[in-house]
Design a protein around this ligand. Structure first.
Ligand code: TYD
Ligand code: MG
Length: 456
């Protein structure tokens, strides 16, 4: 009798080893090895058809590189101008964020395209219920509840759809491998088989992948290497806004982000994010200010709220949602050391509107303004906004694409924007009607924020 062959795989990068290892020699991650059965091992050929022959680059006919325009403009833009025939796109995200909703919505929206939605997680009935919830139906959308990849291919060949959705890669399996669905070797093999299928039949495939807590696609990183494009769903399940970010794209730019709102009837594209991410209060509130931020290729305004209060315990609390706590601690240290604010004995809470995570350092200036405003309990006028990075010596540093930020603020009717003095050289800034305040240090900023109040 044949003995079952076992091997150890790194969950992070897919590295294979005959024995267990504490640290992966390929990606240097610790504790990522899992044991798997690798019976009936096949060669994993990643890429296109095995029979292809070398051709001269000059002889390649570009006509074959076809793009399918989807009914959803936001998706077309994210994919770099339409879905490329024969491409494979991974949609990643945490459970419950809306991956199935989005992909079913895409499949249903296409009026002129035949689509095949394969689910390994839900029955045809459940999918129908979801479609009813979305209020959509389509003559051309086929649904298949199946987990064996070979069967999926048989059905796909029969239907010959314009594109396929596989929900999700962790639930499907191939009988070429003995290991269970969701294991590293299954995911790797299935992804490679899907890739071959996509290239050979020229059918684009969307693959859904769950993401682990640490942010990587559950299963091996090789999945990200195999596919042509990775779209990552981000956002907090408790909020309605979702960001779909292009992390990798062989056919377009990775600067693109799409913003969606989860409604009772599916995901809706948010065409003007600034309008939903800032709340217009009846009266100005202290601790709240607006930052002009950039994410990917888009600029928008976002509201930042801070609450500074006397610490109830010996060690003050610092907490932030949507912002890096370490960066908040750094900004507080700068305020203490460079501008003389006694914040060491204060609790500081920071919150970014809409559950959106911001990494753009240009929001520093708005974070500092919110903290100063809450400390002094003096509101920042609602039609002022900020864009600048704060350095360790308390200087306000220039930020990129300043004209785009100022333009967005002007478009939304803001009267005044605070930016770094070192952005002054930008020639495009002269054309704006909005009042631009140049600041070089934190002390400058606090004077401009508070002298106004004392003189009123
Ligand atoms: P789902 O798309 O199943 O998430 P995923 O496939 O990423 O695990 O569902 C996301 C959540 O969205 C779910 O908790 C229910 C909710 N939802 C709505 O709010 N509105 C809707 O129209 C639908 C279909 C789901
Ligand atoms: Mg799902």
């Amino acid at each position: 009798m044949q003995k079952t062959k076992k091997a150890y795989f790194c969950r992070n990068c897919g590295y294979e080893s005959p024995k267990w290892l504490g640290k992966c020699p390929a990606c240097n991650e610790w504790n990522t090895f899992v044991e798997e059965i690798v019976g009936k091992a096949t060669e994993t050929v990643v890429g296109t058809s095995k029979q292809s022959k070398p051709v001269k680059i000059g002889d390649i006919n570009l006509q074959e590189y076809r793009r399918i325009m989807l009914a959803d403009n936001e998706m077309n833009r994210l994919l770099g101008g339409g879905l490329v025939a024969g491409s494979i796109t991974l949609i990643g995200g945490e459970p419950g964020i809306g991956k199935s909703t989005l992909s079913l919505q895409i499949a249903l929206q296409q009026k002129n395209l035949k689509t095949l939605y394969v689910s390994g997680e839900e029955s045809a009935n459940q999918i129908k219920l979801r479609a009813e919830r979305l209020g959509k139906t389509s003559e051309n959308c086929y649904v298949l509840a199946e987990t064996l990849l070979e069967n999926i291919f048989i059905q796909a060949k029969e239907i010959d759809p314009d594109f396929i959705v596989i929900d999700s890669i962790q639930t499907i399996y191939t009988d070429k491998m003995d290991s269970s669905p969701g294991s590293v070797s299954q995911i790797r093999e299935c992804a490679a088989m899907l890739m071959r299928y996509a290239k050979e039949s020229n059918t684009p495939v969307f693959v859904i992948g769950h993401i682990t807590k640490d942010g990587s696609i559950a299963g091996p990183k090789v999945l990200e290497h195999i596919v042509d494009a990775v779209l990552q769903f981000e956002g907090d399940n408790n909020y309605i806004y979702r960001l779909l970010r292009s992390m990798k794209n062989r056919f377009g730019s990775t600067d693109e982000i799409g913003i969606f709102e989860m409604t009772g009837t599916g995901l809706r594209e948010v065409s003007n994010p600034s309008e939903v991410l800032i709340t217009r209060h009846d009266e100005a509130l202290s601790g709240s200010s607006v930052a002009a931020m950039i994410d990917g290729a888009r600029s928008f305004l976002i509201e930042i709220q801070a609450l500074v209060s006397t610490a109830a315990y010996g060690t003050p609390q610092r907490s932030a949602t949507g912002f890096d706590v370490r960066r908040l601690n750094m900004l507080l240290a700068v305020l203490e050391k460079r501008a003389g604010f006694r914040l060491a004995v204060k609790d500081v809470f920071l919150n970014i509107a809409g559950g959106i995570k911001v990494v753009d350092p240009a929001i520093d200036l708005a974070v500092i303004s919110s903290i100063l405003s809450s400390t002094a309990d003096i509101p920042v006028p609602q039609d002022w906004c900020f864009a600048g990075e704060v350095g360790l010596s308390g200087e306000i540093r220039p930020v990129n694409r300043i004209a785009a930020r100022v333009s967005e603020a002007e478009k939304l009717g803001f009267q005044r924007i605070f930016i770094s003095k070192y952005n002054r050289q930008t020639p495009e800034l002269d054309k704006f009607k909005i009042k631009i305040e140049y600041v070089s240090k934190i002390s400058d900023l606090s004077r401009k924020l508070f002298d106004r109040n004392s003189s009123q």
